[in-house]
Design a protein around this ligand. Sequence first.
Ligand code: ADP
Ligand code: GLC
Length: 491
Amino acid sequence: MSTQRILFCSSEVYPLIKTGGLADVAGSLPHALKKMGHDVHIVMPAYQSVFKKLKLAPKICADTSILNYPVRLMQTTLPGTRVPVWLVDCPEFFNRPGNPYLDESGDPWPDNALRFMVFSRLICSIALNQCGLNWQPDIVHCNDWQTGLVPALLEEEKSRPATVFTIHNLAYQGVFDRNTFEQMQLTDYFWHYERLEYYNHFSFIKGGLVYADRINTVSPKYAQEIQTPEFGHGMQDLLLHRSNKLSGIINGIDIKTWNPGTDEHLAKKYNRNNIKDKINNKRALQTHYSLPVDDKVLLLGLVSRLAEQKGIDILLSIIPEVINHPVQLVILGSGEKSYEQALKKTSLKFPKQVSVQIGYDESLAHLIEAGSDVFVMPSRFEPCGLNQMYSQRYGTLPIVTPVGGLHDTVTDINSETLEQNTATGFILENVTEASLLQTIDRALGYFSDNSTWTSIMKIAMKQDFSWEKSAGKYTQLYQQAILDNHKPVID
Ligand code: ADP
Ligand code: GLC
């Protein structure tokens, strides 16, 4: 295998900054690629909070200006790894507190287009070896709309590297108005429906979807789904048109961070051989959430961004039914205010069985994975989803909808899969309230049979969700992108 020089571009990278699964992927895939011998660099914005996470001050390695804004490029290392990280330090756009995409009231920062345009332009300078770094990648791997313009901006460059664009979530497209387009100093060439224009608006994600040498998404099932009107968010025709360049590669997980045998966030560590110790985490979780400590109830856990995608309303509407069973529900999440309020209201109504913590809490997320019996993910769509994989590793059986990566990473419990020792969780028949209720009923049935439940837990804990296989698939994808980049275009 030949080694590749890879520039991995992401707007969030764990543990430096995280709002969702993209950060987890950007913090673990480059590390896996590096371990395979590739020369990988990550590039991300230097948000204010990132500096607080670093033990040593980063080195300044380039000083430049983009669209008249001063920008410095700094270098550090991804904590816990030897992967170099370039931080794009443009104080005008990144030196502010809070969320990378949203202001204090939860609205997108009004200058998001400029912020990620500056980021994308700097990525292009690195890609073309114009930053004085004496390093040019073979591959620029872009992720989600924030880096979508990169393949478009590189398209006309003669000695450009190959480009890969990964869709982590097609619901977020980076769409702005015509005025914003005019501030970007892009040529009018791009204002065309086959390029960056989208219904008289300016779309960042189209830069990736139209121009990347290869496009992929984070599960094979979602790669199929997004070519249909139901899941395509308006991009289905474009994706169908490019379907010979589109594939799905399932995400891996960081098996060191998410390991019940070594996890410092747990009340009691455990593994497959002392699975009984898991119960201490259930008790700790019930105590944390002020619920009655009871080993016998089925404890359902949920950790999520509170967004329409995640089907929170589906769960909310069946809670009055669910609580007629010996069930408790613990929730950790933040996001849309309407869901936050509805969840709080429900927990006040059923204080002995439902408890909610609004906010973002890394440590509690680990305890929920360890302490719950079942992890619920009623997503309407789910490009990959990571929690159902974390759950299996923690012997917490997931209940999931039959979509995207949930479908691809959970094996439904039925007589056949039980016989074959492959069952790892519960898959809903449809994304409906009735189906969720029926599945929770089904889980209660299995839960009452302790020995069957324990044997399924052990199978779930045995699943290999490490990055190894998928990182290998990415290197093949990079190879294909390099070939496509060098192929003469014949119309
Ligand atoms: P998405 O990226 O769509 O939010 P994923 O399942 O891919 O969904 O990843 C979500 C990640 O964010 C998981 O690591 C999950 O544990 C974490 N997470 C989500 N909400 C919270 C929260 N409120 N507190 C702590 N971690 C959270
Ligand atoms: C997105 C998706 C999620 C996926 C994550 C990482 O945020 O919503 O399903 O796991 O990206 O790829």
